[in-house]
Structures are given as structure tokens and as C-alpha cells.
Design a protein around this ligand. Structure first.
Ligand code: NAD
Ligand code: IPM
Ligand code: MN
Length: 365
């Protein structure tokens, strides 16, 4: 059997994006050596870096390379240098255009608090330990893409739009995931005020009733939902949200394990998946080898799941856990008195900790 080779479009982007995705690639390569596949990563400009190079945040060559790859690994885009730009000129609009071009409407953002990290939480460890939530965020619709959008004569307008089809397809993703992990979906909206949320709620209810009698569904308003995530995170299994609420709630949920540097994401549903940390370019710590690479490394584990390398994906997750068990912590998680690991030290350690498969399962045989 020939060795599978995965062509990865690597978009390091801005700030800490290059630093953390370099470590994710190091770990992917180590996983490939252990599990019998190879990684061919090709770098492409995106975000502010692409604006500086080419004048646009998503050059055509980058978009095409992503569309022709097996998977896209992205760091983060944006930063103070480009904050005065507007509309399509902004680094962030390049990321939105990429999500749209890849048609990745389903953004999966797992949030877990292993016992080993419960002490790093700003919340009480006994309240957050063993939290295991999967945010399913709609990614290519809602207020991020609704028309009209832009400046008016005396103000500005943004519009939250959802079609029934858009809500239906993301609801299926959430219910299917719930069937594999506990059977609970909480759909979060603002149906007490917004017409678009009223449609959301009724479509989600219909999809459940028609197709998923085995899954429990409840609805929460987003203000209460945000409070509940902090108050009692273990009540949640799958959380289904629209684009804007999912953006906000997933950053909020990063406070449960104690750092945004821990949360990975997978954007799927199109032809090619996009894998990126939940966090941004972290300008305050960029360029200093301080960032936590776990979010990027775990995004690469989600990438391995998507290209159907589940053994390697599990090995990556276990290597991250082993590295934490070995006591390594980057600055965001280390207490003020402890020695923090650098981004590269942490990544190297994870790569070294990748365990080979048991010989009878060896993929390369
Ligand atoms: P941010 O996520 O970059 O940073 C928020 C805070 O979390 C900062 O204190 C930062 O130091 C910390 N942090 C984030 N990632 C970390 C990591 N891996 N390790 C340790 N600490 C980490 O959010 P922001 O400051 O609001 O945004 C900065 C820029 O990033 C903006 O231009 C924004 O638009 C952009 N952004 C991009 C993405 C993306 O590309 N997916 C996501 C969010 C924000
Ligand atoms: C995220 C980011 C992006 C979003 C921005 C940078 C466009 O905050 O991936 O969470 O809002 O989706
Ligand atoms: Mn965000």
C-alpha cells in the first residue's frame, strides 16, 4: 500500500499565527512518521501579511491553493497595523471570504476542561472540571454576511439574515454530533426579540421532531445562555448557535479551561475543511515565542479526523495531555511563580510525545 500524502494549504497569517501553526505542523509531521502518512505543507499569504505582500487579504492564488488542497491550516489574521482599513480591505474580511469560498458552514469548537487544567481556571475547579461542550456555530450566514451592510448617509447598517435551508443544515450537524456524545442539544438564540432567531428556533425544533426523536433539545436566550455557560458549564453537551452568538460564546467558554490558547476549531461542510484556533493574532504577545500552541495543535488533530486518520488524531490529543502531565505550561497557564515553557519548547515536547500505533495496527505495514 502506498503512503498517503496530505496536501495542506498553510496560511500562517499574522501575529502569533505563524508561531503556533509552525508547532502544529511539527506535530502533524511527527504524527505522519508514526502513523505512515506524509504531510506536504505549502505556505500561502493571508490576512495582514497578504495585504502587505499583494494589497489584498485573500489573494486569488491563496484561495485557489486552498480549494485544491486536502485541508487548510490557518493561524490567525488581523492586528493593529491594519485596524484603520475598512470593509473588504480588512484582514478579517479575507478570512470571511475564505470561509465562504470553501463553503464551510459548520464551525465545530470543542471546549474541554481536563482535571489537569481545572486549577488554571478563573472559576472554581469543582464547578468546571470535566466540562465537555461542543459548540456548533453556523459560519457562512447570519449578520456576518447579511445584506444590506455598510455605511448609510448618517449611520451604518448590518443585517442578520437566515434562510430555512441554512438553519436546517447546521441543525442536522448539531443533532448528528449529539447522537455521538450524550444526546443533548441546547440551541441558543434571541427569539424573544429577533425575527431571524424566531425562524431559527422553529426550524431547529422541526428538524429535531422530524429526524432526531432520540436527542433532547432545549432552547435558551443568548443572554441567559451566556450566564449559564459560566454558572454551570457541565449542563451542556452540544451548543448550537448562529454565527455571531457562536463567536462570542466560544471566547467566553475559553475562560472555563482558563485560556483562549487552548481552543481549536474545525470548519467543515464544504469540499475542503479549514482548521484554525479560536483565538486571534494576540498582538500583545506576538513574536516572543510566548503563545500557547495547543489550540493550533488540537486544530491539527481535528484536521487528522477529517482526512480520516483517527489513530493519529487520537495520538496528537494524547501527546498534548502527556505534555501537560509532564508539567509543561506556556505563560497563559503557568502560575506567576512557575517557569513557563516557550511556544517552540511546548510544540517540540508534544511532537516527541507522539506515540506510535501498536505494531499490529501499524498503518504503514
Ligand atoms: P486574541 O484572541 O488575539 O487575543 C485575546 C487575548 O487572548 C489576548 O490577551 C491574547 O494574548 C490572548 N491569547 C490569544 N491566543 C493566545 C495563545 N495562543 N496563547 C496565549 N494567549 C493567547 O483577540 P483580540 O486581541 O481581540 O484580537 C487581535 C486580532 O486578532 C484582531 O485583529 C482580531 O480581529 C483578530 N482575530 C482573528 C481571529 C482569526 O483569525 N481567527 C480570531 C479572533 C481575532
Ligand atoms: C473567530 C474570529 C473571526 C470571527 C473574525 C476574525 C472574522 O473572531 O474565528 O472567532 O468573528 O469569526
Ligand atoms: Mn472570535
Amino acid at each position: 500500500m502506498s503512503t498517503p500524502r496530505y496536501n495542506i494549504a498553510w496560511l500562517p497569517g499574522d501575529g502569533i499565527g505563524p508561531e503556533v501553526t509552525r508547532e502544529a505542523l511539527r506535530v502533524l509531521e511527527a504524527a505522519g512518521s508514526a502513523y505512515g502518512f506524509s504531510i506536504a505543507a505549502e505556505e500561502h499569504p493571508a490576512g495582514g501579511a497578504a495585504i502587505d505582500d499583494t494589497g489584498t487579504p485573500l489573494p486569488d492564488d491563496t484561495r485557489t491553493a486552498c480549494q485544491n488542497s486536502d485541508a487548510v491550516l490557518l493561524g490567525a489574521v488581523g492586528g493593529p497595523k491594519w485596524d484603520d482599513l475598512t470593509g473588504d480591505q480588512r484582514p478579517e474580511s479575507g478570512l470571511l471570504a475564505l470561509r465562504k469560498a470553501l463553503a464551510v458552514y459548520a464551525n465545530l469548537r470543542p471546549v474541554m476542561v481536563p482535571e489537569s487544567l481545572a486549577d488554571a481556571s478563573p472559576l472554581r475547579p469543582d464547578r468546571v472540571a470535566n466540562t465537555d461542550i461542543l459548540f456548533v456555530r453556523e459560519l457562512t450566514g447570519g449578520i456576518y454576511f447579511g445584506e444590506p451592510e455598510g455605511r448609510t448617509e448618517d449611520g451604518a447598517v448590518s443585517t442578520m439574515v437566515y434562510s430555512e435551508d441554512e438553519v436546517e443544515r447546521i441543525a442536522h450537524v448539531a443533532f448528528k454530533r449529539a447522537q455521538r456524545r450524550g444526546g443533548h442539544v441546547t440551541s441558543i438564540d434571541k427569539a424573544n426579540v429577533l425575527e431571524a432567531s424566531q425562524l431559527w428556533r422553529s426550524v431547529v425544533t422541526d428538524v429535531k421532531e422530524e429526524h432526531y426523536p432520540d436527542v433532547e433539545l432545549r432552547h435558551l436566550y443568548v443572554d441567559n445562555g451566556a450566564m449559564q455557560v459560566v454558572q454551570d458549564p457541565r449542563q451542556f453537551g452540544v451548543v448550537l448557535t448562529g454565527n455571531l452568538f457562536g463567536d462570542i460564546l466560544s471566547d467566553l467558554a475559553a475562560a472555563l479551561p482558563g485560556s483562549l490558547g487552548l481552543l481549536p476549531s474545525a470548519s467543515v461542510g464544504g469540499t475542503v475543511g479549514l482548521f484554525e484556533p479560536v483565538h486571534g493574532s494576540a498582538p500583545d504577545i506576538a513574536g516572543q515565542d510566548l503563545a500557547n500552541p495547543i489550540a493550533a495543535i488540537l486544530s491539527s488533530a481535528l484536521l487528522l479526523d477529517e482526512v480520516d486518520e483517527p489513530g493519529a488524531a487520537t495520538a496528537v490529543r494524547q501527546a498534548v495531555d502527556a505534555t501537560l502531565d509532564d508539567g509543561l505550561r506556556t505563560g497563559d497557564l503557568a502560575g506567576p511563580d512557575s517557569d513557563a515553557a516557550s511556544t517552540t519548547d511546548f510544540g517540540r515536547h508534544v511532537a516527541d510525545r507522539i506515540a506510535a500505533p501498536a505494531s499490529k495496527n501499524a498503518a504503514a505495514s
